[in-house]
Design a protein around this ligand. Sequence first.
Ligand SMILES: [Fe+2]
Ligand SMILES: [Fe+2]
Length: 309
Amino acid sequence: MRGLTLRYPIRTLDHQLLFPEGTVLTKETLDALIYSHGTQSYRTSPLLLYGSVKQDCLDFLNTTPFVTIFSDQKEINDLLNLLEAVRFPIPILQSLDYFKAHDFYTYAHVLMVFVLSTILAKDLFPDYQERIRLSATGPTHDTGKVSVPLHILKKTTPLTKMERRFLEHHTAAGYVLLSYYYKDIQHLACKVALDHHERRDKSGYPRGILLEDPMVEVIAACDVYDALIMPRPYRSGAYDNRTALEEITEMAKRNKIGWDVVKALIARNRKSNPHYKEITISAEKRGTPPSYNVYGMIAEETDSKDQAG
Ligand SMILES: [Fe+2]
Ligand SMILES: [Fe+2]
């Protein structure tokens, strides 16, 4: 981790200041933060047994288009068995309560990215134990949004430049919060939180680096896909599934994300459930995006950043 300067402070949900604005994130500053608050790890608990998480996941899976992606009951049961092994430090679980109470979209979003990324990981990375480790990165990719004011997260009109920067702060904030709760800056969840808006052509944020870790790429793809197919405050309704998949395909064509993860997502959306390496993708664009969409707009001008949640 080389010198990323924080534009805004980072606080825990109980208002403890971890870093003021202007802090330069380095291994030294992060280690100092982690060990200044003791070396004892936080108690962990299984995510699926926390609150109504398991039932909420099952309810979300019953909605379109997830009913197509998750149509095999045996596979759902296998998936739930795997997900039951995913545990989190208690403060991370408490951040889900915060989102559920104050920003339900983000609550549903992180759970669906959790489930979607787990099923894509099954297709892309065969090792079972490794998949448990990878699955633990989905629910926390947006944990840093606890550091972004709710009026920005829920705004229905174009963000100002300052608000946009504050929103982008969730990546560095998530990295710091997760490093702090895991007491491990090398934890994959920290990397995913920091890098899930990076892109293969280096057009992403916060650092504009090359998106190259395969699991970060899976989360990045699931993040955009879920943001498109769910209703969002900044546009009129959700993208229909075909248009959303076309948008994701466009991202691969423009070298934002890789083809394997796009093919895995599209294969999962086909009723015959072909292997992702065997599918062909139509070049035809037939979908229609929602008519009102201010995502990426700054005041009157537009910005070419990708859709994402
Ligand atoms: Fe994000
Ligand atoms: Fe997200």
